[in-house]
Design a protein around this ligand. Sequence first.
Ligand SMILES: [Zn+2]
Length: 402
Amino acid sequence: MNATLQIPLDIPNIRLLSSRNGERGELILEVESHLNTTKCRHCGKAIIEFHGYDRPIQLRHLPIFERVVLIEIRPKRYRCRHCEGDPTTTQKLDWYDPNSPHTRAFERWLLKMLANSTVIDVTRRCEIGYDAVEGVLNRWIKTQVQWSDFKHLHTLGIDEISLKKGHKHYVAIITTLDDDDHPQILAVLSDRLKETVVNFLNGIPEHLKASVRRVCSDMHEGYAHAIKETLPHAELVIDRFHVAHYYHREVDQFRKQALADLKETVTPETYQACKGTMWLFRRHYWSLTGEQLQQLATLLLLSPPLQQAWLLRHELTLWFEQQQTKTEALQKLQHWKEKVRLSGLTCFDKFINLLATWQDGITNYFNDRHTSGFVEGLNNKLKVIKRRCYGLFDPKRLTDSA
Ligand SMILES: [Zn+2]
């Protein structure tokens, strides 16, 4: 069978001339611009006298079926008869920057990945070097936003990326959601300082500024203050995954401590078995198989406080998954805090302190969360697994299957 697929390249005004495989398995697509004009770099007039082709350049483009794609183009050159000496100018095309080894579409794609990940992660997943990623960030820091491309900015997102190399430690990526809820890159800020964010937000044209309803960010005071100052009518929504990351880390610290305590009281074999459950402990119980749950039970049955912390951690996750109003969410959170207090556990202390500052922003998530089929389905799944999970701590069940 020899099936052929048509894939749109999403690049305007080009013609595909040929395609071939590169030495490293990449797909090289040779294209030509079919625009027949450019602006003279001296006088700015439109010029149409074709002078010749430059040497071919290769630009990294969006992958096709996870294959690296390079667009190869020989830029066209035009001659100006208005200027003295008849100088020539290379044709400028708006889908790539002559100073970048990537198409703009590729850079936007990369930035979107970065907004939800780390640089190291993205270098691996996209088969791209660290310096190339930094190059993209630096180019975008200097890029002016084309505000006319946006009709509204109902939702803004601020994500920060930490850089291990170079002089900067953090850059911030500003995104907005389009009408289909797909993130679009607005800008990359050179750092995450309050002044930098304020400057950027103040630079948004008034009519777009007025359209901002909510800004999603992590728990960084600089952002919160910048938003309050420049967009007083907008709601701050704390990204739930940052919140989850925080309490997961705290509970994980507690697991380490509980494990160290167990070392003194159990046999070396049991200790090794408990130690081996680190990944199972970190995961949500609904993603564990029955066998994995039993492995984990070895640890949890030996340490009742850890079992309680593990359940309370899951309650927070379920709390986020529930369809509820902000008021309901606040009530349930209060109830959860009370349970923690009664348990005598201290591993949630830092998180509860964090809530004192960020509770409002965290629960704003429930104001306009998007209901999706995925979440609905998950809720049903949870009910079933919750029942199964409680069976886990039934000693009879464990002896039955042993
Ligand atoms: Zn000219």
